[in-house]
Design a protein around this ligand. Structure first.
Ligand SMILES: C=C(O[C@@H]1C=C(C(=O)O)C=C[C@H]1O)C(=O)O
Length: 378
């Protein structure tokens, strides 16, 4: 057969397939109405397994392809049913409340909780996120979240991930477990400097103090100087202040440039980070769920069953509504062997048809689902 003839035949088949697909979806809509009236869950794993087993037996050497085609069709069917049934979900309620409140422009002032001291990278992030905000410095990430949770500060700013060191697990843990949500993010290029008291040389230094993330981002520098011990500090700026107060002449710290002038230290090494492309992303959080106009990203933390295809099923849902994933990181669940949660960020407009039902479907079907917020990046 000529190529053009084959394509003509394909066009005819595609028309038939489309027609059958629409008929199938029509029947699923009837199923949805029945389920709604009788309060039956959308997902019926047993029925889906039977369908897939039958399809694979009938499909012969194309069993794998047929499996994926039918798994996707059932995925789309469940998504449509969720859209029609509209049963309340936590994520649906969150979005409804958060959007109703978002009539105002993004705030430019207010009290902002920030971990560390003057000169910390987070301070620069605070200035970008809430341009005329008043910063209150806190000792820990936990204290930042508490300040927001208990109303001491309207906003909190926290680092969430670094391009060479990955997600800040402690911050993800706080965001999942406390009643705060992300309203905006920003990205800063981080450069690390080595600082010490006036006159101290690198040869004199036996200890370098800094935040574990900063120590990790300068791992190659530390490897090249094996005589030096890395000592964790609460924050890069705290390390600078403590060094200045200690008077220690065998000590140095890894901090950001403004700390030298702020704490009277001398820079004895510049750009000591492993990669010049070293970025940290920061999130701005609030207690009141708010989605400001123009929000085009969302952060999610999802745990799924430990079985083949579990992650694929999640990704298929994104694909079904055309959502672009910008981050996917798996992380072991603390205290459990080989169980993972996924930290995700997706680009999605909540106004696009199917996006909210997709989130609701994820909440209904995944082992655990946390919606951390919908926001824009500055
Ligand atoms: C259509 C139904 O709902 C869901 C979708 C299915 C499908 O598309 O075939 C099968 C089982 C359910 O998970 C149903 O329950 O029959």
């Amino acid at each position: 057969m000529e190529l053009s003839d084959i394509r003509k035949a394909l066009d005819t088949l595609d028309d038939q397939l489309l027609d059958l697909f629409l008929k199938r979806m029509g029947l699923c809509e009837e199923v949805a109405a029945y389920k709604k009236a009788n309060n039956i869950p959308i997902l019926n794993r047993g029925r889906e397994r039977e369908i897939l087993a039958d399809v694979m037996t009938k499909a012969g050497h194309l069993e794998r392809e047929a499996y994926h085609l039918f798994a996707t069709m059932m995925e789309l069917s469940r998504s449509r049913q969720a859209e029609l049934i509209g049963a309340p979900t936590r994520v649906g309620q969150f979005i409804e409340t958060a959007r109703a409140d978002a009539t105002l422009a993004f705030p430019q002032t207010g009290l902002v909780a920030c971990q560390g001291l003057e000169g910390a990278n987070t301070q620069e992030a605070c200035d970008k996120l809430i341009p005329r905000g008043t910063i209150m410095y806190m000792k820990s990430f936990d204290a930042v979240v508490s300040a927001v949770e208990f109303g001491l500060c309207e906003f909190g700013v926290l680092p969430i991930e670094n391009s060479s060191h990955g997600s800040v697990r402690a911050v993800y843990d706080l965001l999942q477990n406390r009643p705060v949500s992300i309203i905006r993010t920003t990205r800063l290029c981080i450069r690390h400097e080595l600082m010490a008291l006036a006159g101290v040389k690198l040869e004199d230094v036996t200890e370098i103090h800094s935040h574990p993330q900063a120590l990790g981002q300068c791992a190659q520098f530390l490897e090249k100087n094996p005589q030096i011990t890395a000592v964790p500090a609460g924050n890069t700026s705290m390390a600078a202040k403590e060094l200045a107060e200690s008077g220690g002449r065998h000590r140095a710290c890894i901090s950001s440039h403004p700390c030298a002038a702020l704490y009277g230290l001398e820079v004895i090494g510049t750009d000591i980070q492993d990669s010049d492309n070293n970025y940290t992303r920061f999130v701005c959080i609030t207690k009141k769920p708010t989605i400001y106009p123009g929000a085009n990203r969302m952060s999610l933390v999802i745990a799924c069953d430990n079985k083949p295809g579990a992650l694929y099923e999640i990704l298929a849902k994104f694909s079904a509504v055309g959502v672009n994933m910008t981050k996917l990181e798996s992380c072991a669940v603390t205290g459990r062997n080989f169980e993972f949660v996924f930290f995700l960020e997706v680009e999605a407009d909540l106004n696009r048809r199917g996006v909210i039902p997709m989130l609701e479907e994820l909440e209904r079907t995944c082992q655990s689902f946390h919606f951390l917020g919908a926001y824009g990046e500055v």
